[in-house]
Write a protein that binds this ligand. Sequence first.
Ligand SMILES: [Zn+2]
Length: 241
Amino acid sequence: MICDKSLNWSSILFVEDFFKDAKMIVIMNVLVIAAHPDDEVLGMGATIKKLSKQKHKIHLCVVSDGATTVKNKTKLMNQRKKACLQSGKVLGISTFDFLMLPDMRLDDTPQLEINLLLEKIIKKYNPSIVYTTPYSDFHKDHQKIHECTLVATRPASSNVKHVFSYEIPGTVKTTYNPTVFEDVSKEIKYKIRAFKFYSTEIKKFPHPRSIKSIENLAIHRGIESGLKVAEAFRLIHSIND
Ligand SMILES: [Zn+2]
């Protein structure tokens, strides 16, 4: 410890305050990877809001165009892209990358192609945290993006320290067993507000994509974790250096 006669209690407090401030200005790059436009809101809209309120930079990468298999695909594609940008504004997302691969057909897209695209995005933003789609549901696109994220974030080729999968409400192949819960009691209203931009995706209760189901899931995850309202995640890997 350096002793300095001129150091008084007020200057010690100042030093402590400096470190508090220094801690506050550590801004992380956070990358959220979605298979379809709306995964990001359904999976972790409230947590995105929480992170952006903490001044972290949120980058969203949407892999598919969200509409390949429907008849009027250009119209729906544009609608969902617009909804993504509008809802992202509410949540505080800083950047958007739309890779525009074919929706519902990611399973037919060579894994190497998706891996390389995700690696490019990771190089571009150098995130320390990455969130991705779950592996536990029936949607092949979610499974494929989950696997590709694991490859693209491997320690040998990225600086990513923490990787999580978020939970997308819907029919699950295996039970989603969360390992991380985020208190979002102050941010859940932003998730609902953001999801309302995806007007073509909102269904009637008890569909998992109804507003009531989304709110109920958040309450259910809260009950499991001793919180009022929560979003749930699974930790895939965490490197502390
Ligand atoms: Zn999806």
